[in-house]
Design a protein around this ligand. Structure first.
Ligand code: NAP
Length: 292
């Protein structure tokens, strides 16, 4: 049965939402509104399209209108930091915020992406301690995931990116903020890239390659680099089964798609705003329906 994600709006309704530019494609409104409805909370989640030059006004509006929380998406995740009263340690290191709480006018920024990714692994009964991990990509999502993996006691982290210099910068950041013994950066065209993927226990594709509407583009990681005993993750959630995950399944590897991370990064924000445990399975069902 399909979920009804509409919430009744009245004088007591608490508002949360997402700001981005554009933001009409966001899957967060159905996910959060389904959770509010399920728990009987008089809250509503809306999408605000905020042009980059209106950021200051948008944040003033959040204070003035007492909007209880916001998610932040592209292109505001970095620029928003200077408008907040406080930023969590992780968000400070990443210089990126994807969720804000408003407690009596005090705005605190968080980054819930890395924790969301770890929770999606936990849910799939996958463990990171002592694992050799290779991630592909060095953009915003890769930074959050790399920091989370380093904090989860991976044994080795190799970062491979098309632009090698960006991979090196990310490796430098991880070395600065973690005690991970081995962190290596490689360009995608480096001779060692294939071996770094083939010898990994866990491979995480953090690039935008394979995302709708370009789902047929060949993945950055060729199938010949994958092995049966590996866990292969793709942060892309549309489509759920990317060409990379199909290839991984064909060699017999275990796979985790990007929907779990999307649900859990949202669930962590939900919990910070409402103080209640997020109904993760309801949020997932709403997300999957919205994706269809
Ligand atoms: P981003 O900051 O723009 O980074 C994009 C990354 O992809 C960079 O490393 C870039 O390499 C690489 N890349 C792009 N096109 C490429 C190509 N043709 N060949 C090789 N590498 C390529 O984007 P992001 O915010 O990190 O997002 C990346 C992906 O993660 C997106 O698909 C996004 O939807 C997904 N994501 C999922 C979740 C979730 O909850 N599941 C959360 C956040 C993001 P260069 O540095 O060389 O440009």
């Amino acid at each position: 049965m399909s979920l009804d994600t509409r919430v009744p709006i009245n004088g007591q309704t608490q508002i949360v939402g997402v700001i981005g530019w554009p933001v009409g494609h966001s899957l967060s409104p159905p996910m959060h509104n389904a959770a509010f409805k399920y728990l009987g909370l008089n809250w509503a989640y809306v999408a605000f399209a905020v042009p980059p030059d209106m950021m200051a006004q948008a944040i003033q509006g959040m204070r003035g209108l007492q909007i209880r929380g916001l998610n932040v998406t592209i292109p505001h995740k970095g620029a928003i930091v200077e408008y907040l009263d406080e930023v969590s340690e992780t968000a400070q290191i990443l210089d990126t915020v994807n969720a804000i709480t408003n407690v009596d006018g005090h705005l605190t920024g968080y980054n819930t992406d890395g924790q969301g990714f770890l929770r999606s692994l936990e849910e799939a009964d996958e463990e990171i301690p002592d694992k050799q991990v290779t991630i592909i990509g060095a953009g915003g999502a890769a930074r959050a995931v790399a920091l989370a993996l380093a904090g989860a006691d991976a044994a080795r982290l190799t970062i491979i990116n098309r632009t090698a210099e960006r991979a090196m910068r990310l490796a430098g950041l991880i070395k600065q903020y973690s005690v991970l013994p081995t962190v290596t950066a490689l360009g995608l065209d480096a001779a060692e890239a294939g071996e770094a993927v083939s010898t990994a226990d866990v491979v995480v594709d953090c690039t935008a390659v394979g995302m709708y509407p370009h789902a047929d583009v060949p993945p950055v990681v060729p199938a010949k680099w994958l092995r049966r005993q590996q866990l292969v993750c793709d942060l892309t959630y549309n489509p759920r089964e990317t060409v990379l995950l199909q290839a991984a399944r064909q060699v017999g590897a275990r796979t985790v798609d990007g929907t779990g991370m999307l649900v859990h990064q949202g669930a962590i924000a939900f919990e910070r705003w409402t103080g209640q445990e997020a109904p993760v399975s309801i949020m997932r069902q709403a997300l999957l329906e919205a994706l269809e």
